[in-house]
Design a protein around this ligand. Structure first.
Ligand SMILES: [Zn+2]
Length: 409
């Protein structure tokens, strides 16, 4: 297999140039979706795309597509991309790395005289972060039809400005149709977790996204005086919840290392320091790579919590708030990434995406995969987010070779 290499220095200097747009004091970035900074970042990217011979177009939710025509331009494009918007105190790489790696691939193709039969596009999805407008990943959600356009346009930020108004002010809208066919979608991204760094590996071959199950739990006991009620006559909702929490943590051992359990919110109703908690509500977040295993985890949570409630005389309700099935990526696309990383001779491992990405939604639309590179300390959604330039180069090399393989099909 012929191996191609990107220009790591050029990629890095583009990343650093983009980081000047909406730079924060502590070395991060603030380019909230559809803000003037986001618009400026996109316009810098657009100027680079024009220099690379690409045309530019938008759809009605502001997703931006830069396109390099193919010899047979009627074929569906091979698409790379990610997002340029950031958290309010975000980093320089989350999303940006995938967009600028796509640009580096296009620059390399021209430089190395490689002709593409299929068109190539770089997608910049609107409002991936969900920091200004919720939900997250909404540009790709509208594109793939999982979020109605009107619902997205009506969403408002904390100042009451709607997405429709913000789109008007950026003028980054157009008429490209949603859901148009893609040959494949490749997204390079920082891992946003510690696994690759911990294992000393520059590249993760992402095989899919994990399943997520969110439960809302309500436990009712009896409020009573903290000083006059003997311990054996109490129905303390909080200690019941503490018991459930301990059993939930031990459940994770039974599903280790892929099962993850989290209690992120706990609320004691009408809490007071000298009153026994009568009612406590809390949330449970369950994650696993496998749909059958997450179903089993949910079943076990329900059984264990029910047992605690019964032995402590508490009333329990458990409602499933959300279930998002596991997203296996396309075997051909994952294979192209694996062949690329092996031909390049870079150490790597298979990994499942712990976070949501545009690629998770695109996977329901076309053959899709993600490529991960490590970030220092696993840190992301933080101004200190950082990557090693060598890792950035290697991840982009993998993207380049995987896309070249796909273009030859
Ligand atoms: Zn991202």
């Amino acid at each position: 297999m012929n191996v191609f290499n990107c220009n790591g220095e050029r990629l890095w200097s583009s990343l650093m140039d983009m980081a000047q747009v909406g730079a924060t004091e502590k070395g991060g970035n603030c380019r909230l979706a559809l803000s003037s900074e986001d618009k400026a970042g996109r316009e810098l990217f657009m100027s680079w795309c024009k220099e690379a011979g690409m045309s530019l177009a938008f759809d009605a939710i502001g997703n931006l597509f830069a396109r390099l025509p193919g010899a047979d331009d009627s074929l569906p494009p091979v698409v790379m991309g990610s997002h340029l918007d950031t958290q309010p105190k975000g980093g320089r790489f989350d999303g940006i790395y995938g967009v600028l790696s796509g640009l580096e691939v296009v620059r390399c193709l021209a430089e190395q005289g490689l002709k593409n039969k299929r068109p190539i596009e770089i997608a910049v999805w609107t409002n991936e972060e969900g920091a200004r407008f919720t939900p997250a990943m909404f540009g790709s959600a509208v594109f793939t039809g999982t979020l109605p356009l009107q619902t997205a346009l009506d969403a408002r930020d904390a100042d009451g400005i709607s997405v429709a108004q913000a789109l008007d002010s950026t003028a980054h809208v157009g008429e490209l149709p949603f859901n148009r066919p893609f040959d494949a979608y490749f997204e390079a991204h920082i891992e946003q977790g510690p696994i690759l760094e911990d294992n000393g590996l520059p590249v993760g071959v992402v095989t899919g996204g994990q399943a997520i199950c969110w439960l809302d739990i309500n436990v009712t006991g009896m409020s009573a005086h903290a000083g006059t009620t003997p311990m054996d006559l109490r129905r303390d909702a909080f200690f019941g919840v503490a018991d459930m929490a301990a059993r939930l943590e031990s459940l994770a051992d039974d599903f280790a290392p892929k099962g993850l359990v989290t209690i992120g919110q706990v609320n004691i109703a009408k809490s007071s320091r000298n009153t026994i908690a009568g009612q406590v509500s809390f949330t449970v977040d369950l994650r696993h790579h496998d749909d059958a295993q997450i179903a089993l985890m949910e079943q076990q949570v329900r059984a264990r919590f029910k047992h605690v409630a019964q032995t402590r005389g508490l009333t329990l309700t458990i409602n499933r708030h959300w279930l998002s099935p596991a997203t296996p990526f396309d075997a051909d696309c994952v294979g192209a990434v694996r062949r690329a990383v092996e031909a390049l001779g870079y150490p790597h491992q298979d990994i499942v995406s712990g976070a949501g990405h545009d690629a998770i939604l695109l996977a329901r639309h076309c053959p899709t995969t993600l490529i991960f590179i490590p970030c220092i300390g696993g840190l992301s959604h933080n101004e200190a987010e950082d990557v090693i330039p060598e890792d950035a180069r290697k991840g982009c090399d993998v993207l380049l070779n995987a896309v070249i393989e796909r273009l030859q099909r």
